[in-house]
Write a new protein. Structure first.
Length: 214
């Protein structure tokens, strides 16, 4: 799988493509459904399957006081995305220029011109562009104008529970790891590096490991 870290890294003539855009934090079951579909559709058409994502997570830039906790650190997210069979990931640096793009600019400059998208697959609650002004209805209209088809996916639920990154984060915050595992579709894992703690474990009980946040 190729990984492009900025728009200019995508070579001229890279497309056509079948695309999905999102944060993909956790790469959970609902993500997997969409990703599997775009890989299949791309194979059927003899084109490339591409996921467009962002680093850092937009929530950490737009809402810095929210304390957003990621389900998967970026290297693990890329590994999970590769396992779906994608041909490429375009991981755009989320900075001021990108955050100010209108929905039309995003669709024109990224989806149409750079990726030559034939199809764009998104969840029902997808938003994009400055101040999240674009939704799937706007994307569908832009697709008609710019020559790509939009496939919209309804909310996925398991046992009456929505499969979403925010729901999984909430479950993990409350210690409901088995429920989070069900929505993820795999065991929840933590990948991090050891960090320095206060030394209470070794002083009063047994030695412990402190993990750095990601």
């Amino acid at each position: 799988m190729q990984v492009f870290h900025k728009l200019e890294d995508v070579p001229s003539g890279f497309g056509p493509t079948v695309v999905t855009v999102g944060n993909f934090d956790g790469v959970h079951r609902a993500h997997g459904h969409v990703l599997s579909d775009i890989v299949q559709r791309a194979r059927e058409q003899g084109v490339k399957a591409v996921a467009v994502t962002f680093e850092p997570h937009p929530g950490r830039i737009l809402r810095p006081d929210s304390g957003l906790k990621l389900i998967t650190p970026n290297p693990e997210k890329l590994r999970l995305l590769e396992a779906t069979g994608l041909d490429a990931v375009l991981q755009l640096p989320f900075a001021r220029d990108l955050s100010l793009m209108t929905p039309r600019q995003f669709a024109d400059e990224i989806l149409k011109k750079r990726l030559q998208a034939r199809e764009v697959h998104e969840g029902y609650n997808f938003h994009f562009g400055h101040k999240a002004a674009g939704n799937v209805e706007v994307l569908t209209e832009l697709g008609r104008e710019m020559g790509f088809r939009v496939e919209v996916y309804p909310e996925m639920q398991l046992r009456g529970e929505p499969v979403s990154s925010s729901r999984i984060r909430k479950l993990l915050d409350h210690g409901r790891v088995s429920r989070a595992r069900h929505l993820l579709g795999r065991p929840f894992t933590i990948l991090s590096t050891p960090g320095r703690g206060r030394g209470y474990g070794s002083k009063y009980t047994v030695p412990t490991i402190n993990l750095s946040r990601y």
